[in-house]
Design a protein around this ligand. Sequence first.
Ligand code: G
Ligand code: G
Ligand code: MN
Ligand code: NA
Length: 245
Amino acid sequence: QAVATELEGAMAANRIAMQFQPQFCCASGAVVGAEALVRWSHPQRGLIAGDELFRIALRADLARAMSDHVIAQALMQARDWEGGLHLSLNITAADLAAPDFPDAVAAALCASGFASERLTLEITEQALVHDLDGSAAQLTKLVDMGIRIALDDFGAGFCNFRYLKKLPLHFLKLDRSMVEGIADDRRDLEVLRGIVALAGALDLAVIAEGIESEAQRNAVVREGCFAWQGFLGGKPMPPEDFARL
Ligand code: G
Ligand code: G
Ligand code: MN
Ligand code: NA
């Protein structure tokens, strides 16, 4: 109860805020959008990252409320971006399993005026394992609204290829561990090549995450990834800083 009260207080006091990490087009080098990453600035504990915040929210039975709060906030901030930039939002297993989730997203889009075609939702394998058919049905509802879907952290978990066959996906987001060695390890590079080829055959665009060096960026550009994201291009930053960029 204490935790729930604290979380509700933090939402009301705007201590739960979004940061945005830029994503760059491999072909042009231009910023094409940003991934929203939530931060809880806790009066005693300092900044708490998204994964921990959602673990706490889940225990307090506030995971859905927190997600709705975060989605609304990100959409409101992204609607003023110039140039039709895209917004990428992480969602949880609880979101995907909630029957009213597609309607909640539709309402948030409507309230913000942000076009659904500019929104990508990122899901991870953990969000899918419980009920693949149910997940596919939920994702199809979102895709029918014009939203795009990214499979996040690809390569970090079990990489169940059934997900690629059964789900309406648009993007594969390569986990940081998949790009770490590509500039200096032959095997890492060949794994990347194989995945990019597979993604291409399935009409999926590849986004490389965790790019920290020019050599890594050059490799993902050369190998045909669609976009990249990482500390080389910018860390997650407050909305004012992203708007300036
Ligand atoms: O940048 P950061 O350390 O916050 O990210 C840690 C993890 O928290 C990431 O795996 C990310 O998917 C998750 N996360 C960050 N922001 C959000 C968010 O707004 N919603 C959800 N569901 N997860 C998030
Ligand atoms: O949603 P996801 O699990 O992909 O969350 C992205 C996480 O990766 C966030 O915690 C973000 O801060 C972090 N991140 C983004 N770019 C980089 C990078 O270049 N290097 C490292 N080490 N972490 C990154
Ligand atoms: Mn993500
Ligand atoms: Na990731």
